[in-house]
Ligand binder design. Structure first.
Ligand SMILES: Nc1nc2c(ncn2[C@@H]2O[C@H](COP(=O)(O)OP(=O)(O)O)[C@@H](O)[C@H]2O)c(=O)[nH]1
Ligand SMILES: [Mg+2]
Length: 329
């Protein structure tokens, strides 16, 4: 941190911590960028502020407009994607969140511990993914908040208790009830078009409590029951078995890629990826960084693994996971 920052900067920076909405945060960051003295010693700080501003803008664009009276209005989207964890009472949703995020949601062996949806952040490598703990469903008895919550999500985990196999058999009842609310859960193979995204959700079944004796047989039964319609992963939220694989599977469910922007002659910052939907192009990335960059786009240079080193590409060029892009406007 450069020592010669004006007091006004320090004062404004303090406000950042108190900012409640993304809009407030954005305004303060823009003020900071305006205040910071422009010289060699603050170049890094200026770059950092610019990255924060463009990432916040990117997140705000992605955030759907939720009505004020909505029961999920308190849940602000954050991170590279939102995954809701559904399940019947006591299946281990809260324990799962504890194991994945290190947070401390209330866990209890009495049902209905989690009454209102609560957000948590899961770190996956260099990104954060939002996980939402939810009130439980019981067959076709669906908490009123669930359909809207699922609609707002980028993907879904359904947590099943391997010691309660009737839970799995009753899953169809839940799916039918959600279908009446126009929500469909789909496995990995079936494509989802952008227009279908609000109502069709990529879903992974998480079979929990694999640490218990009876769970081995139950897991085989469950595989038979589900066939290959939904991908299935067995875990122990309690002991931690399968949780690192689960994190990677959650990332896959989001169907996003991480790309890195760089300035000419500089190295990219691998701690600050931009996340884009799979199939996004160079111009989508420019738009995510800043509207002006997209409007004035001329060309880009691309680095990909060892084979592509600074290749000049146009706006339609499709990006891949890990690409490094230098945009010229
Ligand atoms: N043996 C075992 N018990 C678990 C596991 N996950 C959760 N539990 C227990 O199951 C009960 C319900 O867990 P909780 O996370 O509160 O379930 P929720 O109602 O779905 O949120 C608690 O007693 C947990 O200790 C697990 O992986 N193995
Ligand atoms: Mg709970």
């Amino acid at each position: 941190m450069p020592a010669n920052l004006p007091p006004e900067y320090i004062e404004t920076e303090r406000k950042l911590k108190e900012a409640k909405t993304p809009q407030e945060k954005l305004e303060i960051l823009e003020q900071l960028l305006a205040i910071v003295p422009k010289h060699k010693g603050t170049e890094k700080l200026q770059a950092l502020l610019k990255t924060k501003i463009s990432k916040l803008r990117q997140e705000m664009q992605r955030r759907p407009q939720v009505a004020r009276h909505s029961p999920i209005a308190h849940l602000e989207k954050s991170g590279a994607g939102r995954v809701v964890i559904l399940g019947s009472p006591n299946s281990g949703k809260s324990m799962l969140i504890k194991g994945l995020t290190g947070a401390n949601p209330e866990v209890g062996d009495y049902p209905f511990t989690t009454r209102i949806p609560a957000p948590y952040m899961m770190k996956y490598e260099n990104i954060q993914i939002q996980l939402i703990d939810t009130p439980p469903y019981l067959d076709d008895d669906i908490p009123s908040v669930l359909p809207e919550l699922v609609r707002s999500a980028d993907a879904v985990l359904i947590c099943l208790d391997l010691t309660q196999m009737d839970d799995a058999a009753r899953l169809e009842t839940f799916f039918e009830a959600m279908k009446k609310k126009k929500i469909e859960f789909v496995g990995q193979e079936e494509p989802i078009s952008p227009a279908e995204r609000p109502n069709k959700k990529r879903t992974l079944i998480v079979a929990n409590k694999c640490d218990l004796d009876e769970s081995q047989q139950a897991l085989e039964d469950l595989r038979l029951l589900l066939g290959n319609r939904w991908p299935l992963l067995s875990v122990s939220a309690l002991r931690g078995d399968g949780l690192s694989e689960l994190k990677a599977r959650i990332y896959d469910l989001l169907e996003i890629i991480r790309v890195y922007s760089k300035a000419p002659g500089k190295k990219p910052d691998f701690d600050e990826p931009f996340t884009l939907k799979k199939g996004s192009s160079v111009i989508d990335m420019a738009r995510a960084i800043h509207k002006d960059l997209a409007d004035n786009f001329k060309y880009a240079r691309l680095w990909r693994g060892k084979t592509i080193q600074g290749l000049v590409v146009n706006r339609e060029h499709i990006l891949q996971e890990g690409d490094i892009v230098e945009i010229h406007a």
